[in-house]
Ligand binder design. Structure first.
Ligand SMILES: Nc1ncnc2c1ncn2[C@@H]1O[C@H](COP(=O)(O)OP(=O)(O)O)[C@@H](O)[C@H]1O
Ligand SMILES: [Mg+2]
Length: 154
């Protein structure tokens, strides 16, 4: 696992932007970290990097937000499993269609609540923790993007 220190939310957005700009269509990004560690901030950066100019909102209550802006590189599906009760609930919101779609980038917050759903799918796994005034980002890059994305300081 590799790691990076993010001093403020601007740095979280910037690393997100780099991820969004470089990640190919069809990619899966799994985010973990307790409440307030910056998962949604990172997702906002990823959305911008993909070319979505709208401000994205947290899917904590909507569970799945889909963005289909014309000039963006890919459709963006943003999910949050925090308020999902069981696998049936996930099936009802169409999780398997989202995971199979090739024209989208899929971001899942709190994915570790139902690890069986994404098991075996290669993903960029991002984990955030509070550290001092900022955040620690640890990642596992099963998509082999890290050299480009994380090569230099943000
Ligand atoms: N690297 C950082 N350092 C300090 N604060 C940050 C950092 N990244 C994000 N934040 C702040 O943390 C708060 C919670 O962020 P949010 O993205 O809503 O977290 P989560 O989705 O994990 O609950 C926001 O006020 C955000 O601006
Ligand atoms: Mg959030």
């Amino acid at each position: 696992m590799k790691s990076l220190y993010l001093r403020d939310s601007e740095e979280t957005q910037k690393i997100g932007y780099k991820i969004g700009a470089l990640i190919p269509k069809g990619s899966l990004v799994l985010l973990s970290g307790t409440l307030g560690t910056g998962k949604s901030t990172l997702c906002q950066g990823i959305a911008k990097g993909l070319g979505h100019t709208v401000q994205i909102s947290s899917p904590s209550f909507t569970l799945l937000n889909t963005y289909t802006q014309k000039h963006a590189k890919a459709v963006l599906n943003h999910l949050d499993f925090y308020n999902i009760e069981n696998l049936e609930h996930l099936e009802r919101i169409g999780i398997y269609d989202v995971l199979e779609a090739e024209d989208n980038v899929c971001l899942i917050e709190w994915w570790e609540k139902f690890p069986e759903v994404t098991q075996g799918l290669p993903a960029l796994k991002l984990q955030l923790k509070l550290e001092g005034e900022g955040r620690r980002l640890d990642w596992v890059d099963e998509l082999n993007l890290s050299q480009e994305i994380f090569a230099e300081r943000i």
